[in-house]
Design a protein around this ligand. Structure first.
Ligand code: UDP
Length: 242
């Protein structure tokens, strides 16, 4: 039997992955479809932690540009990630996967607070843990949350699921037909070339803590499983190539 490549992964979904065709808000059938796919991966015995963004509901930076206080805008964004997490947790539960939401901002009536030791226990018991409310601090992103939590739980890799893009290119493939896709990159190359995979804080954190990153297209059914089983789809970013 083919074995998964990883024992423990952190899957980063952007908030938009939950939005469906509309691109904004939460589309329940889209979440359910994704939950089904994640459930199938969990069934193969891989431990899964999830970080879901909030960009489908709110982003702090544009709100600041429109005149809002940045810190307040970022707290709003972090609360958006909690809505996404609760909806995803419900869908996963309905597919029979035991799931726990842990938030970086305490709201104990609806979710556990983030406690690393408890998160590890859940993972060891085969439960999916969704880390919500970002890092709990403004001026950060959920990409940085993913890098931070991946380091804390010692995940083997971050699976960076992208909407409609199948890896990292030297230019925007939607605008430039000649853009070239990278199979492999180092974190240093990503930072030096300013490639837009995650923000630089998240990239630095991944580099300093030696966390591998696999960037792949979420919109193709079965891709999460393909990556978990070591198929070379997308782009792998690590400290050392090969
Ligand atoms: N956010 C924050 N601190 C964090 C994580 C997120 O302030 O640690 C806020 C920030 O305003 C951000 C919003 O939450 O714009 C939504 O997160 P993000 O933009 O990372 O979501 P994604 O693009 O992955 O959907």
């Amino acid at each position: 039997m083919v074995k998964p490549k990883y024992k423990r992964v952190l899957i980063k979904l952007s908030g938009e992955a939950l939005a469906g065709e509309r691109g904004v808000g939460i589309n329940l059938p889209t979440v359910q479809e994704m939950a089904k796919e994640i459930q199938e991966v969990a069934a193969s015995g891989v431990q899964i932690a999830l970080v879901i963004g909030g960009g489908n509901l709110w982003r702090g930076e544009p709100a600041e540009q429109a005149g809002m206080d940045r810190v307040q805008a970022d707290y709003t964004g972090m609360l958006g990630t909690v809505m996404n997490a609760l909806v995803m947790a419900d869908s996963l539960q309905q597919y029979g996967v035991d799931t726990r939401v842990q938030t970086a901002i305490t709201m104990q009536q609806i979710a556990e607070p983030y406690v690393r030791g408890r998160a590890l226990r859940h993972l060891e018991k085969g439960r999916i843990v969704i880390f919500a409310a970002g890092t709990g601090s403004p001026y950060f992103s959920t990409d940085t949350t993913a890098a931070l939590r991946a380091a804390e739980i010692q995940a083997d890799a971050i699976l960076m699921a992208k909407n409609g893009v199948d890896g990292v290119y030297n230019d925007d493939p939607r605008k430039n037909a000649d853009a070239i896709k990278f199979d492999e990159l180092t974190h240093m190359e990503v930072l030096k070339q300013g490639l837009k995979i995650m923000d630089s804080t998240a990239s630095s954190l991944s580099m300093d803590n030696d966390i591998d990153l696999v960037v792949f297209n979420l919109n193709e059914m079965g891709n999460i499983k393909r990556v978990v089983f070591g198929e070379n789809i997308g782009t792998t970013v690590s400290n050392k190539k090969g």
